[in-house]
Every structure is written in C-alpha cells, then in structure tokens.
Design a protein around this ligand. Structure first.
Ligand code: DQA
Length: 151
C-alpha cells in the first residue's frame, strides 16, 4: 500500500505580500502562485499538503501545537520571526515534528541581523537563497526521507 504523508507548510509574516514586496529580493510570484506549484509537486509525490500563512506569532504557534499527531513533517519559512522567536522554537521542540527551514532569500548575504536564526540548529536542514524553489526542494527531501528511502 502506498504511504501518504502529511506536510504542513508554514509561512510567517509579510509572506502574504509575495509578488509585490521587494520583488528584487523575493521575486514576482505571489503566495498563491507558490501554493499552486507546491500542490502540483506534492500530488506527484503522494504528499498531502496543508498550508498556513499568518502575520501573528500566536496563530503560528497554535497551528504548530494542533499539528501534533496529524502532521509528519513541517516546511517553515518563519520570515522575520526567524530572527526573534524563541516561542516558535519552543513550539517546534514541544511537538517534536521534524522540520525544514526555508528562506527565499539568502539570509547570510543580507543585513547582519538576518544571519541568526532561532530555528536552524533544531531543524533537519536549512534552504536559503534558492528563491521559491527552496520549498520544492524541501518537499522532495521529505519524500526521499519518508517514502523513497523506506521502500
Ligand atoms: C525571509 C528572510 C527573512 O529575513 C525576512 O524577514 C523575511 C523572509 C526569506 O524568505 O528570505 O520576511 O524568511
């Protein structure tokens, strides 16, 4: 029997502005363009995709909590919360769901304050600077780890 895996994509603050926000850094595709691409990719990989974008830290934390027992893997772009949120770090540790941290831009080539992440050391891996393709690479990695390499 084919195993289905459930992946939650979390996008943090201001990512609802994708496509109109700092296009030279984040590109011209919108959040719904990104989700459309991910939906197509996840169907090919037999992954059930859920998504949340919020500008509120508490909403993201509540979503992480309610994912315990239903979500196998998280792909998270915490956006600015990357650099500030010990609360999101604690939530991810609390539910013990493996996650990949994704950034559209290369956070190491920008302002110094972006080089520190409160999540990277507890993540399975970090993808930064590959544009929105980073989310697709994260999905492929999850497929390889949870399905392909288990066959
Ligand atoms: C970001 C990088 C963060 O530093 C920034 O605050 C964002 C987006 C990225 O995807 O490159 O909002 O996470």
């Amino acid at each position: 029997m084919k195993k289905t895996i459930n992946v939650l994509v979390i996008n943090g603050p201001n990512l609802n502005l994708l496509g109109t926000r700092e296009i030279e850094i984040y590109g011209s595709l919108s959040l719904s363009d990104l989700l459309e691409k991910l939906e197509i990719e996840s169907k090919k990989l037999n992954i059930v995709l859920k998504h949340i974008q919020s500008n509120a830290e508490s909403i993201l934390i509540d979503k992480i909590h309610s994912s315990k027992n239903t979500i196998d893997y998280i792909i998270i772009n915490p956006a600015a919360f990357t650099h500030t949120s010990i609360a999101i770090r604690d939530a991810l540790i609390g539910v013990n769901i493996p996650f990949i941290e994704v950034h559209i831009s290369n956070i190491y080539s920008r302002e110094d304050f972006r080089s520190h992440s409160w999540l990277s050391d507890i993540s399975q891996g970090v993808i930064s600077g590959l544009g929105i393709d980073g989310y697709t690479w994260a999905l492929k990695t999850i497929y390889n780890r949870l399905i392909k390499n288990k066959k």
